[in-house]
Design a protein around this ligand. Structure first.
Ligand code: IPE
Ligand code: IPE
Ligand code: MG
Length: 249
């Protein structure tokens, strides 16, 4: 094959890819829901559902990198999830610890900067140590920015921001949207272009209440452990069809 032919072929492949996903969501948020139902349908303990959920996150991180997403924020544990049985909470904490241990080398290799957002004072000691290790080991990477919302609540985040404004004696006239945004748990988090929730539930369950103001919402029926590249691609294609107006004409 001639060089010219090869160049033409390369060009058309690239155009095809761009045509496929004309408007890639650069920042994606994900409510990873349905682990419990996935396990129940298989007659497995709920912990097996959370383990399968961790594997789905691995696949999804890889797919987001391939599909051009730059920031991914996943909901791993809400402030309300503490109300589940101690056995389930313990199992889930163990799954998160194991996942960090298992995935850390690959996250580093793939250039995934990983940070946690949410309360830091209630995680079991072992997990708190792993979180710090992961954040330190991936600091400075920037192929994908992965945010893990853990012990996270959108209302809690806004309450903490209000508390900080008062503690810092900010004058009422200086309180504007920027002042509040700067006091969120992760001010560097890019506002999501797209939020995906799996498992067919149609609600936001206290996730990113401030940041979702103009985010496009996509709800998919698959349970989180069954989510992967194909489902992500579908959601991104759906996003590309939307017209964002931000209140304008
Ligand atoms: C999501 O799956 C994981 C967490 C909330 C920690 P669930 O455990 O909520 O699964 P369902 O909704 O019961 O199926
Ligand atoms: C939201 O799912 C929290 C996470 C996915 C971590 P939940 O399963 O806790 O939400 P609800 O209870 O169905 O609203
Ligand atoms: Mg759920």
């Amino acid at each position: 094959m001639s060089l010219r032919h090869r160049i033409l072929q390369f060009r058309s492949a690239r155009v095809a890819l761009e045509d496929d996903l004309p408007d890639v969501a650069r920042s994606v948020a994900m409510i990873m829901d349905g682990n419990g139902r996935w396990a129940r349908r298989r007659g497995l303990p709920v912990a097996a559902g959370h383990q399968a959920g961790a594997r789905a996150l691995r696949r999804t991180v890889e797919a987001t990198i391939e599909l051009g997403v730059e920031s991914l924020c996943v909901y791993a544990f809400s402030t309300e999830n503490w109300s589940r049985s101690a056995a389930e909470v313990d199992a889930l904490m163990a799954v998160i610890v194991e996942s960090i241990e298992r995935e850390l080398p690959e996250l580093v290799q793939q250039g995934v900067r990983t940070r946690f957002m949410g309360r830091r004072d209630r995680a079991p000691e072992e997990l708190a140590v792993k979180i710090q290790e992961l954040e330190a080991a991936t600091e400075g990477l920037d192929r994908l920015h992965l945010w893990v919302a853990f012990d996270y609540g959108g209302r809690d985040e806004i309450v903490q921001a209000a508390r900080r404004l008062v503690e810092e004696c900010v004058e009422p006239r200086d309180i504007d949207e920027n002042a509040i945004a700067a006091r969120m748990f992760a001010p560097e988090l890019r506002e999501p272009d797209l939020l995906i929730r799996t498992s067919g539930e149609l609600r936001v369950s206290n996730f990113l209440l401030w940041q979702l103001a103009y985010t496009e919402l996509v709800f998919v029926d698959v349970l989180w452990p069954d989510f992967g590249r194909r489902e992500l691609r579908r959601a991104l294609t759906e996003y590309a069809r939307r017209r964002r107006r931000f209140g304008g004409r």
